[in-house]
Design a protein around this ligand. Structure first.
Ligand code: OSB
Ligand code: MG
Length: 382
C-alpha cells in the first residue's frame, strides 16, 4: 500500500457478553449484562486494530441495537469499504455518508477503527492523530437511578471519595427533585452535580425543572424527547441552569440548530451517536468557535471503546469531565491490558506514548466470552 493510503481487507465482528458489576438503570431501561459488538479491522499490510460499536441491546436510548448494527456493517458498510483504498479516515467518513442515512453507531465503529488503523500505521497515539493535546483527562461518574434518595446519597458520597470530578445523577419522574436535593445537601454547595433524564419529561412538567433550577446543577442533560430541539429551546428560555443535549445531537448540523434555536448551552459528544471521529471533531471545532463547552459521554463501553473516548476527550474543548470511568467501575475484568485506571484526583492518563489505541485486547479472555463471530472480506476469521 502507499505511504498514506490504506485498504481494509477484512472486518471481523464478534459479540461478547460482559456482566456489569451492578445493574445500571436509566429512565428508559436497565442494563445488567452488556452484549458488546467488537470489530477487528485488518488492512492489506496485515495491520490489525480493534474497535467497538456502542449500540445497546434494546433501542431505548437510540434507534440502533447491536443486532441492527451487525446487519448494517455486514450488508451495507463492509461492501463499500472492502473494495476501495482510502487516503485517510475522513475519506471513510465521506464514503459512509453519501446515499446512506442513519446507522451512526454502526458507521462509527468502522470509521473510528479506520482512525486507529492510520494511527497504528504511522506509529502515533490515536489521541495525537486526532489533534488531542492533553496527557490526562478529568473524569465524571454517571450514577444510575437508585431505590431511594438515601441509596443515591451513599453512591454519590462514595464517588466523591474516589475523586470523581463531576457526579451525574440519572433521573426520571418520581425519582428527581427529592433525590437530587438529598445529594446536594449531603455533598454541599461545591460538589459539581449534573442530572440526566434521558428524555423522560415533557414541557408539561415545568414545575420539576423550576425546582431543579434551584439546586445549583452544572447542567441538565436531555430532559425532553430524544429527537427534539424546539421544545428544549422553550424549556431553556424558562431556566437559568444550562441544558445539555445528548440524544438530540446526531451530527454537526444539529449543533448549529441547537445554537440557532437556543435549545441548549452544552454538548455531550458520544462519537458513536454522531457517526465517528470525523463528525466528533467537526462538532468539537464548531462548539469551540461558538463558545459552547463539550464533554465526552459514555455508553458503558468495554476497555476497547473507552480507549477511543479517552483519545477524543484529549481535545482542547473537552472542558467538562467526561463519562470515562475506570474499568473497575463497570467490570470485574476488562477486555484490555492494561485496564483503565483513575488516580485520586479523578484523572485518567491518555496513553500518548503508545501507538494506536494504547491498550492491548486480552485475546484469551475475549475468546472465552465471545458468543458469535463472523468475518467479511478475504482471509480467515480471527
Ligand atoms: O445518557 O449518557 C447516557 C449509558 C447508556 C445509555 C445512555 C447513557 C449512559 C450513561 C453511561 O450515562 C455513562 C458511562 O458509560 O459511564
Ligand atoms: Mg445522556
Amino acid at each position: 500500500m502507499t505511504e498514506n493510503g490504506f485498504k481494509i481487507e477484512r472486518i471481523t465482528l464478534r459479540e461478547i457478553r460482559l456482566p456489569l458489576r451492578e445493574p445500571f438503570r436509566i429512565s428508559s431501561g436497565v442494563t445488567s449484562e452488556r452484549r458488546i459488538l467488537l470489530l477487528q479491522l485488518r488492512d492489506a499490510d496485515g495491520v490489525v486494530v480493534w474497535s467497538e460499536c456502542v449500540a445497546g441491546e434494546h433501542p431505548n436510548y437510540h434507534p440502533e441495537t447491536i443486532d441492527t448494527a451487525w446487519l448494517v456493517i455486514r450488508e451495507y458498510i463492509a461492501p463499500r469499504l472492502l473494495i476501495a483504498a482510502f487516503l485517510g479516515p475522513e475519506a471513510v467518513h465521506a464514503e459512509l455518508a453519501h446515499d446512506f442515512r442513519g446507522h451512526n453507531m454502526a458507521k462509527a465503529a468502522v470509521e473510528m477503527g479506520a482512525w486507529a488503523l492510520v494511527a497504528e500505521r504511522r506509529g502515533v497515539a490515536l489521541a495525537r492523530l486526532l489533534g488531542g493535546e492533553r496527557d490526562c483527562i478529568p473524569v465524571g461518574v454517571s450514577l444510575g437511578i437508585q431505590e431511594s434518595p438515601s441509596a443515591l446519597v451513599a453512591k454519590a458520597t462514595d464517588a466523591r471519595g474516589r475523586g470523581y470530578r463531576r457526579i451525574k445523577l440519572k433521573i426520571q419522574p418520581g425519582a428527581d427533585v427529592d433525590y437530587v436535593a438529598a445529594v446536594r445537601a449531603a455533598l454541599g454547595p461545591d460538589a459539581v452535580l449534573t442530572v440526566d433524564a434521558n428524555s423522560a419529561y415533557t414541557l408539561g412538567e415545568l414545575e420539576v425543572f423550576q425546582r431543579l433550577d434551584g439546586l445549583g446543577l452544572l447542567f441538565i442533560e436531555q430532559p425532553l424527547a430524544w429527537d427534539d430541539l424546539v421544545r428544549h429551546a422553550e424549556l431553556q428560555r424558562r431556566m437559568r441552569t444550562p441544558l445539555c443535549l445528548d440524544e438530540s445531537i446526531t451530527g454537526p448540523d444539529r449543533v448549529e440548530d441547537m445554537i440557532t434555536l437556543g435549545s441548549g448551552r452544552v454538548v455531550n459528544i458520544k462519537p458513536g451517536r454522531v457517526g465517528g471521529f470525523t463528525a466528533s471533531k467537526a462538532i468539537h471545532d464548531l462548539c469551540r468557535a461558538r463558545g459552547i463547552p463539550v464533554w465526552c459521554g459514555g455508553m458503558l463501553e468495554s476497555g476497547v471503546g473507552r480507549a477511543y473516548n479517552v483519545a477524543l476527550a484529549s481535545l482542547p474543548n473537552f472542558v467538562i469531565p467526561g463519562d470515562v470511568s475506570p474499568s473497575a467501575r463497570y467490570w470485574a475484568r476488562d477486555v484490555v491490558l492494561p485496564e483503565w485506571t483513575m488516580d485520586e484526583q479523578g484523572m485518567v492518563r491518555v496513553p500518548v506514548d503508545r501507538p494506536g489505541i494504547g491498550v492491548r485486547p486480552d485475546l484469551d479472555f475475549i475468546d472465552a466470552i465471545t458468543v458469535r463471530a463472523e468475518t467479511v472480506g478475504s482471509g480467515r476469521a480471527g
